[in-house]
Design a protein around this ligand. Structure first.
Ligand SMILES: [Cu+2]
Length: 140
């Protein structure tokens, strides 16, 4: 009896440990408000995002515009997006870099290959240092 109880206790401690480790890693991605809403990155930058059309099956383009604290457009950041279905890992694209167009808008194609819940995890870097992480979720 005593050994079983100890095992149970160990299992509990392990479970609590894994939850404590796993949750903050997940929570690092701030859930983003809707399209077109201004999102602050610290005090230096802010951005808005928008899809070229309401996301549907097929490729949608995710567009991001960054401005500095004076409201001037900024293209010095590196942005990556990892799109996939949180409920299944086999669609995950891994971190793909947004491409800048001539107008200084960051663009990333998001390929929605099946109906369900989708997420795009965004990472913003300034000189290779991560300054912001956010997640966009939507249902098709
Ligand atoms: Cu799927």
């Amino acid at each position: 009896m005593r050994i079983r109880f100890n095992h149970l206790l160990q299992l509990c401690i392990l479970t609590v440990f894994f939850i404590a480790v796993a949750l903050p890693a997940h929570a690092k991605y701030e859930p983003l408000p809707g399209e077109g809403k201004k999102i602050e990155i610290g005090t230096e930058y802010s951005f808005v995002y928008q899809f070229d059309k309401k996301p549907q099956l097929g490729v949608s383009i995710l567009k991001i515009q960054v401005v500095d604290k004076d409201g001037k457009q900024d293209t010095s950041l590196k942005i990556t997006g990892d799109s996939g279905m949180p409920s299944m890992s086999h669609h995950d694209t891994g971190e793909k870099e947004f491409k800048l167009n001539k107008k200084g808008t960051y663009l990333l194609p998001v390929d929605v290959v099946m109906p369900g819940g989708w997420a795009v995890k965004l990472v913003f870097r300034k000189e290779d240092k991560v300054i912001y992480q956010g997640i966009i979720t939507f249902d098709i």
